[in-house]
Ligand binder design. Structure first.
Ligand SMILES: CC(C)(COP(=O)(O)OP(=O)(O)OC[C@H]1O[C@@H](n2cnc3c(N)ncnc32)[C@H](O)[C@@H]1OP(=O)(O)O)[C@@H](O)C(=O)NCCC(=O)NCCS
Length: 401
């Protein structure tokens, strides 16, 4: 796939989504670059970003760089690190906690084991380990990090932000940071936020962490949830990309449907039900889910958003070299894989080892892909996520190393 193919499809999408005239939208499907630019004068700044540069145009913000690519393509993943607690909870251990069986868990979820923290180990502890792993692999020092974004639903405390705690633990004295909360979709959403800070030229090294200590919010008497989740996650450093060969992001697509919020939530402890003896007695501080409803959402919306992202980039599943999906349930992954028409050899699955680590699954899956030698320079990678919100997302990137 060429960079031009991607650029053209982005143009088509922009025209449609930014409500240009019907005439323009029609023309965009075939002749976007020339005809649309003329007609959609009000959208010109967007088009100039996504279109080829025009060194003679003083309004063209990309002209000085000489780069011919979308804003997303100005950023890449420079390295990936992980933070996983060593202690393992096997399915046979779950059998001692709730009425379940290794066979049921494996057949219904694909999970064999999950990692669980020892008492006192926090999200920022694991985040700092993942951060240092990524920083070392990128050949950087903590002082090089300018921004830290932590995607998590299990912060050490409600405040301060876990990003501040990680900043202090790793000694990233030049970094600012914040947390981002969108549960299992967190790492994917945080990646785009990080990409935009790099693409605008604001920062050169952005540390994006996806990390959860799910054992801190899991009710180990609820067999429907406790068998699924584990602790851990990872980090990626987002850096400027000089060219598509260097690796770069290509496109992102997200959706949320807040009407499904009750199906996967922690009802107590927030401003709706501040903690009281009653909320604790009613176990409202634990994660609650309607498994079958979430399952249905995931099997429908995760593949759908992938297909939409592929289509607007003139791609199909056949173009994808590696699919990195959120690890919620092996059956959810397989249904997305079927819908995309992908062979399982092109799919990263490590849910058997880690369970669902919420914001941690995607960096852990990327790490597995790298360690298994499943990623090579130039590969087209499709990410997919879904989770509480309800939320979903997909991203496309060209792998650079
Ligand atoms: C939770 C989930 C694994 C349950 O699997 P399922 O096939 O949908 O199972 P159901 O909830 O329909 O339950 C089927 C039966 O298994 C039982 N069951 C549920 N959990 C069980 C467990 N851990 N062990 C044994 N039996 C279990 C149920 O009680 C039910 O029994 P019944 O038929 O006698 O009533 C599945 O719904 C799921 O993965 N949902 C998505 C959850 C998710 O991804 N959450 C995170 C989103 S990021």
């Amino acid at each position: 796939m060429s960079a031009l193919k991607t650029t053209q499809s982005l143009l088509e999408y922009q025209c449609a989504s930014f409500q240009c005239t019907t005439q323009c939208t029609t023309q965009c499907t075939t002749q976007c670059t020339t005809q649309c630019t003329t007609q959609c004068t009000t959208r010109r700044p967007w088009r100039k970003i996504l279109n080829t540069t025009d060194p003679t145009d003083p309004t063209d913000s990309t002209a000085s760089t000489g780069l011919n690519k979308s804003r997303f393509a100005l950023a890449r993943i420079g390295s990936v690190g992980i933070g996983v607690p060593p202690r393992v909870l096997l399915n046979s251990d779950m059998e001692k906690l709730v009425e379940t069986s290794d066979q049921w868990i494996q057949e219904r979820t694909g999970i064999k084991q999950r990692h669980i923290v020892d008492p006192g180990v926090t999200c920022s502890d694991l985040g700092a380990i993942a951060a240092m792993d990524a920083i070392n692999k990128a050949g950087l020092t903590p002082a090089d990090i300018e921004l830290i974004i932590v995607a998590t639903s299990t912060p050490d405390m409600m405040l301060p932000a876990t990003a501040c705690l990680v900043q202090n633990k790793i000694g990233a004295k030049n970094a600012w940071g914040f947390d981002l909360s969108i549960a299992c979709s967190g790492f994917l959403y945080a990646m785009q936020v990080g990409v935009q800070f790099v693409a605008t030229g604001a920062h050169k090294n952005v540390l994006v962490i996806g990390m959860d200590v799910m054992s801190s919010i899991i009710d180990y008497t609820d067999r429907q949830t406790c068998i699924i989740f584990g602790d851990g996650g990872g980090a990626a450093i987002i850096q400027p990309s000089a060219s598509e060969e260097d690796g770069c992001f290509l496109d992102f697509l997200y959706e949320v449907d807040g009407s499904g919020g009750d199906y996967l939530c922690i009802p107590g402890g927030g401003s709706l039900h501040p903690p009281t003896h009653e909320t604790i007695d009613n176990r409202m501080h634990y994660l609650k889910q309607d498994g079958p409803v979430v399952f249905k959402f995931a099997t429908k919306r995760m593949p759908e958003i992938c297909v939409r992202l592929l289509q607007r980039n003139n791609l199909t599943g056949a173009d994808i070299d590696l699919f990195v999906p959120h690890q919620a349930n092996l059956r959810i992954i397989k249904s997305a894989v079927d819908r995309l028409g992908l062979p399982m050899e092109k799919v990263i699955v490590n849910i058997d080892q880690y369970g669902n680590t919420t914001a941690g699954t995607l960096p852990l899956a990327l790490d597995s892909a790298i360690k298994q030698g499943r990623l090579k320079k130039g590969d087209l990678v499709l990410f997919a996520a879904m989770g509480a919100g309800l939320s979903a997302g997909a991203a496309l990137m060209r792998w650079g190393y």
